[in-house]
Design a protein around this ligand. Sequence first.
Ligand SMILES: Nc1ncnc2c1ncn2[C@@H]1O[C@H](COP(=O)(O)OP(=O)(O)OP(=O)(O)O)[C@@H](O)[C@H]1O
Length: 291
Amino acid sequence: MKKPFLQVEQLAKRFPDGSGGALTVFDEVQFALDKGEFVCIIGHSGCGKSTILNVLAGLDEASDGLVLMNNKEVKGPSLERGVVFQNYSLLPWMTTLNNIMFGVRARFPSWTKEQVRDHSARYLKMVGLEHAMQRKPSQLSGGMRQRVSIARAFATQPELLLLDEPFGALDALTRGVIQDELIKIWQDTQQTVFMITHDVDEAILLSDRIFLMSNGPHARIAESVQVNIPRPRTRATIFQDPAYTQVRNYLVDFLVNRSGTAGPQADGRPHQVDPTLQSAPSASRIKPVLV
Ligand SMILES: Nc1ncnc2c1ncn2[C@@H]1O[C@H](COP(=O)(O)OP(=O)(O)OP(=O)(O)O)[C@@H](O)[C@H]1O
């Protein structure tokens, strides 16, 4: 049988609880990603989403379990995995273009200077920043900086892109524009993306599947929700698809009513759910959008 691109087995993370014991944030977390998939993870604050992402990135170590990418254990950071955090980590003394070239040069050391430059400039153009190539990060708005971070992450062409609430600090309008740019780049490059978001609508717009995490301690990835909405999707039209409401209602119902009690299948893998095949929860149970 074909192995998945990314395999997460029996992952657990414990932190010292400050009184000599241990806090088990999550345990027995199991899931797999196929190559080229866009998967978002949603769950209440503190359930362990960022910790999982950091373990996938190789920036943190799990207490138990393992992560396999292309059948090889993830140990430490690698240029095969790109990470974008909420607070754009750009090098402040470099121009926008040099920030991207810095990553691209490290990833493709045999390329000529022209190749590195052209490639980097192409990605800056994709996020609409060709006019700001020579500006330093301090001369950019928050939204522009985050576009540079996203361009840099995609330009280095990692096999796996890990995005930790990349739009969390942006206003709604800017967020929408960058979401559209993210979809466009992802469709062009077919990289695999694992993204944390607190925004249900953003998750539906972007994802092939959405992982739903139960509340901690001992949080688990309880369900994997299929988003059967045809692509290309746009923010302006996605609401018209009947599947949109079904998926949205399902997610909100989980977050409001079930995240405290839900669990995965007996083998630890998330339940596979297609809300378009189920009767949706009643409208009166639909509450907030952000978790
Ligand atoms: N270095 C650490 N030491 C002790 N506890 C930690 C550490 N890092 C995270 N935690 C705890 O682990 C839990 C999960 O944190 P994490 O940031 O992964 O959650 P999250 O789901 O990403 O939250 P949010 O949605 O608010 O960003 C929290 O209870 C947090 O306090």
